[in-house]
Design a protein around this ligand. Sequence first.
Ligand code: AMP
Length: 307
Amino acid sequence: MSIVVVGTIGYDTIETQHGGVTEALGGSASFFALAARFFSPVSVVAAVGSDFRTEDHRLFAERSIDIRGMVQREGPTFRWHGRYHEDMNIRDTISVALNVFADFMPDLLPDQRRSDYVFLANISPDLQQHVLSQVASPKVVAADTMNHWIANERAGLVRLLPRLDILTVNDEEARMLSGEHNLVKAGRAILKMGPDTVLVKRGEYGVLLFRQNSMFVVPAYPLEEVIDPTGAGDAFAGAFMGWLARNGRVTESILRTAVVYGSVLGSLAVERFSVEGLAELAWDEIDQRYRTFIELTDSHHSKWTSQ
Ligand code: AMP
C-alpha cells in the first residue's frame, strides 16, 4: 500500500566539527522517501524552485519514488543551514528559507487522495493540514514537526494533533510541546493532546514509543562514527511508516518491528553526509543491520543461549 508524504525538498548546508557540505540535497520529504521506498511505494507532495538540479530530480526517479506531485515553481528552492556541536545531538539552525514553500498550497493528485498512509513530514502545520484534508479516508496518519513550528505556529500544530494517529518528535520538541521536562511525562502529556501513538526520538540514545496502555524502548544502533545526523529522524519515519504500509495493519508487534526498522535506517542515514547514506543503500545492508540490531538487544538470542 502506498504512502503519500508532504515535506521539504531542498538544499542543506551542514557544518560539523569534522567537515561539512554545501547545498547538498536534503529536506524532510527527501530523507523520508529515500528510506520508505525499501518497504512500500511512496509518492511525494513538495515544491522545488527553478534552481533545482536535474540530477536530483533523477536521483528520486531512478529509485522508484513517485515525484509527479513535486512541482517546480518560479523562485529559489528551500534552503537550510545547520551547525552541529561536538555533541552531535545538539545543532543550531543558522538560517532557514522556505522560498517556494512559503505559499505552497498543493492540490493532490487523484491517486494521492486515495492513499491509506499519510506522512506529514516536517513543514508548516497549515500545509500539513491542507494536505491531510484532501486525503479521503486514510488508515494511518502520522506527522513530524520541529522546534521552529512549535515555537512559531503552535496553535496550528495543536489543532492538527487530534487528527493524527502517530506523532514523531525529538526529545527537545517533546519537552517544548508538552511543557514537561521528564520524557515519560512528556510522552504521556502529548498522548492527551490527540495522537494514539507518540514516538520520541533521542538521537544516539534511541527511541521511546508511547501508547495509552504500553511503552516500548529501543536503543540506537551503536556506531563508532557519526558523520552527519541530518535526516536521521526522517529516515526513521520513512522506514517506520514503510513497515506499517507493507503490513497493511497496525498491531503492537508490527509497531515494535517498525521502530526497529526505523532505527536501522536512521543509523544508516547518519554514516554519510546528506542523503548519500540512503541513496546508495541496498536491501542486503538493511537486512544485515536489522539482524545485528536484534542480536544486540535480545538477551535470549539463539546464537548465545546455549553458551
Ligand atoms: P532532521 O535532521 O530529521 O530534523 O531533518 C533535517 C532536514 O529537515 C534537513 O534536510 C532540512 O532541510 C529540513 N528542515 C530544516 N528546518 C526545517 C523546517 N523549519 N521545516 C521543514 N524542514 C526543515
